[in-house]
Design a protein around this ligand. Structure first.
Ligand code: TA6
Length: 267
């Protein structure tokens, strides 16, 4: 396999995307809209990410599934737009290729890429980078925020990962609470200063999750009632995913010239 075959241009719904393929057969698709990882299959061929059949895939609304990049605000913790503008902005491909068997792509977002209303509402000099790399049954995401302006700014960030599961009722999450976590209904909880290693146990499958830089985590499933109220989710789909999200919810302030980095490793 040569460098060109590791990342090829494709579409997902109506959205331009990159398809990554590693020499050992792992695959991932990332849309430029949101630098949104929407599908990841390890070399074992199994899809690991949920994406709703009802998700908008035309750039009119954030994608419901995969890994939305949350920046510069988490949920409604601030006066800006819910979960920030990164997931609904169109990023650029900054780099792509092969590196020691990893197929990777790196996406960039700066103020000149934003819709004018977002650049006005959040008037800071910044550059975001998201690097997605896959090999064997491993996924690594690296998110970087750089202050390219003249003034400090605070931000929040998260990788709002929708893991595909067989049935939410039989899933176990280790590492976020002192006891193992089982989800039986609507669940939405923030874990500050969480342990950096967690596990998602879904029947015979164990995904190991490791976060660096991200100090917090959020676990979410809407449950039957809230799922029914979501226009971009089919009623029964809540059973098929759980969001486990490495996050930096608050407190991070970047001085001019400084950068912050958060990583998520899943295997
Ligand atoms: O991360 C959990 C959360 O903030 C929930 O409260 C939930 O509503 C979810 O994100 C999805 O938000 P969205 O804006 O994508 O509908």
């Amino acid at each position: 396999m040569n460098q060109q075959d590791a990342a090829i241009a494709t579409t997902f719904g109506q959205l331009p995307a990159l398809l990554l393929t590693s020499p050992d057969g792992a695959q991932a698709s990332i849309t430029l809209y949101g630098a949104h990882l929407i599908s990841w299959r390890g070399a074992d061929g199994r899809e690991r990410l949920f994406c709703s059949a009802k998700s908008a895939l035309d750039g009119s609304k954030a994608i419901r599934g995969g890994v939305p990049v949350i920046f510069p605000q988490f949920a409604e913790r601030g006066t800006g737009m819910r979960h920030g503008f990164a997931r609904t902005s169109t990023w650029r491909v900054a780099d792509q290729g092969l590196d020691e068997g990893w197929a990777f792509a790196e996406f960039a977002l700066a103020p000149h890429d934003l819709a004018p209303q977002h650049a006005q509402a959040w008037p800071h000099g910044f550059e975001l980078r998201l690097r997605v790399a896959i090999r064997a049954n491993d996924l690594t995401m690296r998110f970087e925020v750089r202050n390219t302006g003249g003034e400090a700014f605070p931000f929040a960030a998260a990788l709002h990962t929708y893991f595909l599961v067989d049935d939410i009722a039989s899933v176990r999450i280790d590492g976020v609470e002192t006891e193992e976590l089982v989800i039986s209904d609507k669940f939405d909880r923030v874990y500050e200063n969480v342990a950096p290693r967690q596990a998602l146990v879904d029947g015979g499958v164990v995904l190991t999750l490791r976060q660096e830089g991200f100090t917090d985590a959020v676990v979410w499933n809407p449950g039957a009632e809230d799922a029914a109220a979501l226009a971009d989710m089919a009623d029964e789909e809540y059973r098929r995913f759980v969001c486990i999200e490495p996050a930096r919810l608050e407190g991070e302030v970047l001085q001019p010239g400084e950068a912050w980095r958060g990583e998520y490793h899943v295997s």
